[in-house]
Design a protein. Structure first.
Length: 499
């Protein structure tokens, strides 16, 4: 079990051009301390300040005296059947941080959020994320989205592949021949490359098939959806470019499988250089396998979600009401993608030869920076909201997962005080030993405006500072308390939030 002690330091850096540059430090669930072992600390671009693997390191200069973690399950007040049925989880993590040193410290923070972030509607959709120091000093932050993380992995993997080919003239020549061969010579060129890989280089046939398709495809940028490009002040221009880089025809198999494809090939040349999604998750303390806390046993288990056969037949990508973490596990192919017959055949060959990976729980990283004067104590608070995710194993539930592990990356990290609020009549199940401690009235935004409703309060002190914390409410009890009569599709469908 874990809390979101989400701050640690990240050393090294990602330059805008090569993703490899000078060093910096990030922290999660707590502050990251910025260190510059080399390079220019004024490096331009948010990603230029991050470790090229997006992994945290440890922090030993600052002390987190305590973390006050509050979670509330509330009804979405935007209206509409789909929007109102799933609870929205409001999360606030307040860290009391002491700088005992005699110098001012500037710290880069990384804060992992599993799954998506709720989008508030105004002039446009705005991620519901806030970072502030003490009571009134708001801190600007960038969301390093799930898609940006995929883009970084693809870029670094392609650099590894390109470098490896440059060091093997024979292999590079065979790859170039596949790319430039005339139509009547292409099959012979492909066969020659495959024979070199499986013969002299001892590759297995599946990985050899992947490199053959790599040799024949172009990976230029596709046109960016304006919504994917991000929201002003939340995604950098650099992040926007990474979203769709190194995809090309692979857009037909989705960014998850495309990223797996590049990482698989990079690992053939340099296992250490293949920065995989799973490795990033593990570094922050999360688990790419989607999990839930079981309402009956209280044990953490793999997430279960029923697949709606009618929805699946209508749109193969949209398993169980369009949950992206489900369709990412299958060999999804977009038949409507505007590709040539050869590109479609290449994509399908890639899907057949990629290992089956039951992963891809989405993760976002918040990146922000804060200053701590010498011998000072400040309160740094990260607040966000997101829709709970559905688990359909009886009794069905709505769940929230919170990464606690970054707290373990600090030399000094005090207690994590947990408080969870749920509507009266809705029981709570958590991977922590929560006790009901009281009841309070809260404003609930319903049709017609805000109304006072009773909420039960559960509390716990988290001693284990690794892994993830899971909290869940019974779907039936939630729907009854909220006066909702959901359809099966609405209960399982994810709502609008960032990826």
């Amino acid at each position: 079990m874990a809390t979101n002690g989400r701050w640690t330091s990240v050393a090294a850096a990602v330059s805008a051009g090569s993703l490899l540059a000078a060093g910096v430090v990030l922290a999660n669930g707590g502050p990251f301390v910025v260190k510059y072992p080399n390079g220019d600390p004024a490096a331009k671009g948010v990603l230029a300040r991050l470790d090229p693997d997006l992994k945290p390191t440890t922090e030993d200069r600052l002390k987190v005296l305590k973390e006050d973690l509050k979670i509330a399950f509330v009804r979405d007040g935007r209206g509409g059947d789909g929007a109102s049925s799933t609870p929205r989880a409001e999360v606030s993590a307040a860290y009391t941080i002491e700088n005992p040193t005699g110098q001012e410290l500037t710290v880069d923070f990384g804060f992992p959020i599993l799954r998506g972030v709720y989008l508030r509607m105004g002039m446009g959709p705005i991620p519901d994320v806030r970072v502030r120091l003490d009571k009134e000093e708001y801190v600007s932050c960038e969301i390093i989205s799930n898609s940006t993380i995929y883009g970084i992995i693809r870029a670094r993997a392609r650099e590894t592949i390109t470098k490896a080919l440059a060091g093997d003239a024979k292999l590079a020549g065979l790859v170039a021949r596949v790319k430039t061969a005339a139509a009547d010579e292409r099959e012979a060129a492909r066969q020659a490359l495959a024979e070199r890989l499986t013969g002299k280089l001892k590759w297995n046939e599946r990985d050899a098939a992947l490199l053959v398709e790599y040799a024949g495809l172009e990976f230029g940028e596709i046109k960016t959806n304006p919504r994917d490009r991000g929201y002003t002040g939340w995604w950098s221009e650099e992040s926007g470019k990474l979203l769709n880089s190194n995809l090309g025809a692979l857009v037909a198999i989705g960014e998850q499988k495309a990223t797996q494809f590049f990482a698989q090939l990079a690992a053939r040349f340099d296992a250490k250089a293949a920065s995989t999604y799973e490795a990033i998750f593990s570094a922050w303390g999360g688990d790419v396998r989607e999990r839930s806390v079981d309402l009956t046993s209280g044990e953490v288990r793999p997430r279960e979600i029923a697949v709606d056969p009618k929805a699946l037949a209508k749109e193969p990508r949209l398993n169980s009401g369009s949950d992206p973490t489900v369709y990412a596990r299958v060999d999804y192919f977009d038949e409507t993608a505007k590709l040539t017959d050869a590109e479609k055949a290449a994509c399908k060959t890639i899907l057949r030869n990629l290992p089956v990976v039951f992963t891809f729980a989405p993760m976002n990283l918040l990146h922000y920076q804060a200053k701590f004067p010498a011998r000072s104590t400040r309160v740094l608070t990260v607040s966000y909201s997101q829709y709970a995710y559905a688990d359909t194993k009886a009794p069905a539930s709505y769940q929230l997962a919170y990464v606690v592990h970054p707290a373990s990356l600090w030399k000094d990290f005090g207690p994590i005080n947990l408080q969870v609020s749920v509507p009266k009549g809705v029981s709570l199940c958590a991977s922590a030993d929560c006790k009901k401690s009281g009841r309070e009235e809260r404003d609930v935004y319903e049709e017609g405006g805000a109304k006072k409703r009773p909420f039960d309060i559960y509390t716990a002190t988290l001693k284990d500072k690794t892994g993830e914390l899971f909290v869940a409410v019974d779907s039936g009890e939630w729907n009854k308390a909220a006066g909702i009569k959901p359809t099966a599709a609405a209960a399982a469908s994810p709502k609008q939030q960032t990826k």
